[in-house]
Design a protein around this ligand. Structure first.
Ligand code: OSB
Ligand code: MG
Length: 369
């Protein structure tokens, strides 16, 4: 297959409701879509998981676009690329920027799925028919508002509740939720807001019978997480700290976590995702599939990957239509009794709507061989 051209499309989607995490508030989702064209006349879409600002991990949309344009695309355009492993090998000379690499890889997976008339699930080796889903609740203005959101999420059928926390917004929130709901599967996500000075406070969270505590410490830390995990009963789950399968190996080697949240867009693509999944199977580490407020295009890859056999915990996979008025795919999935059916039809599994993409497009760049 010869990749001839890439279209880099920036869309800006207003969020129905703002979403606050420890490092800031999202009012819109600015997302970079990649459309690859082949000489054979096929096209495929990928979505770059980066946010507009370098506040989650260092990657951000403008930078990922520049890396694609200046380094990644010139390394593959006009070349014969037979499969995604070959693509990955061509891109390996660039250090980091897994979010840009993942977007290109996804677009090629889409092309291959169409060409081979296979579902993404089949290409990735997925085995599960349905995905059990949880939801992620942002930092609210009050405890009452938080309890309302929890109630709504439970009514909607979500099977696990994740609450975003930050320093000063943690134990009292967990206590209020536990008083009202002593038994629900509950977890907290610190999004890297805490430091080793906060260990004493973090250890008090052990009393709330949490499923896990996600990424309390720095985005690039493994060592202090290992120290905290030694002292803490609650399983620590890493998110930001795992940017590829090598990070996962290091984390398991030194005991930085007991659970991993694998996000396809964060770990550098489907191949890295599968490598982490397989590594965790070997080490009996439970995994779950996280999300980054992707549109239906990015979510299509997440959903297919979440059907791999070792996924035993609910995924962060709320429907894009919960965040956005409109999705980039016509047939965006819905959640029934806390579960989503994994598509088995050939291709992406969803129908891309280029009119909706055009409506929200705020930038477009073409890179050719
Ligand atoms: O840490 O998981 C996170 C959203 C923005 C930034 C960080 C995170 C999140 C989520 C979104 O929790 C979950 C989803 O996409 O459904
Ligand atoms: Mg997280």
């Amino acid at each position: 297959m010869i990749i001839t051209k890439a279209e880099l499309i920036t869309v800006a989607l207003p969020l129905k409701k703002s979403f606050t995490v420890s490092f800031g508030t999202f009012k819109e989702r600015v997302s970079l879509l990649v459309k690859l064209y082949t000489k054979e006349g096929l096209t495929g879409f990928g979505e770059c998981a980066a946010f507009q600002f370098p506040t989650y991990i260092p990657c951000f949309t403008d930078e990922e676009q520049l890396v694609m344009k200046n380094f990644l695309l010139p390394a593959v355009l006009g070349k014969n690329v037979g499969n995604c492993s070959e693509l990955k090998a061509h891109l390996a000379f660039v250090k980091g920027h897994g979010m840009a690499k993942a977007a290109l890889e996804f677009a090629l997976w889409h092309i291959i799925a169409v060409q081979q008339k296979k579902s993404l699930k089949a290409l990735f080796g997925g085995t599960q028919t349905t995905i059990v889903v949880g939801t992620s609740i942002g930092i609210q203005n009050s405890i009452e508002a938080t309890l309302d959101e929890v109630e709504k999420a439970l009514q909607a059928g979500y099977k696990r509740i994740k609450i975003k926390i930050k320093r000063g917004w943690d134990g009292h929130v967990a206590r209020a939720i536990r008083q009202k709901y002593p038994d629900i599967p509950l977890m907290l996500d610190g999004n890297a807001d805490y430091a080793p000075e906060d260990f004493e406070d973090l250890l008090t969270l052990d009393e709330f019978n949490l499923l896990m505590l996600e990424q309390p410490l720095a985005y690039n830390d493994l060592v202090y997480h290992a120290e905290l995990q030694k002292q803490m009963k609650t399983p620590i789950c890493l998110d930001e700290s795992i940017l590829d399968s090598e990070d996962a190996k290091r984390a398991l080697l030194i005991g930085s976590c007991r659970v991993i949240n694998i996000k396809p867009g964060r770990v550098g693509g489907a191949l890295e995702f599968i490598a982490i999944h397989d590594l965790c199977t070997l080490h009996r580490i439970p995994v779950w599939c996280g999300g980054l407020l992707e549109t239906g295009i990015g979510r299509a890859f997440n959903l297919a990957l979440a059907s791999l056999p070792n996924f035993s915990l609910p995924a962060d996979m709320s429907s894009p239509l919960e965040f956005f008025e409109e999705d980039m795919v016509d047939d965006s999935y819905t959640i029934v009794n806390g579960e989503i059916k994994v598509p088995t039809k050939p291709g992406l599994g969803f129908t891309i709507n280029e009119k909706v993409i055009a409506k929200y497009t705020v930038g477009r760049e073409v890179v050719s061989a």
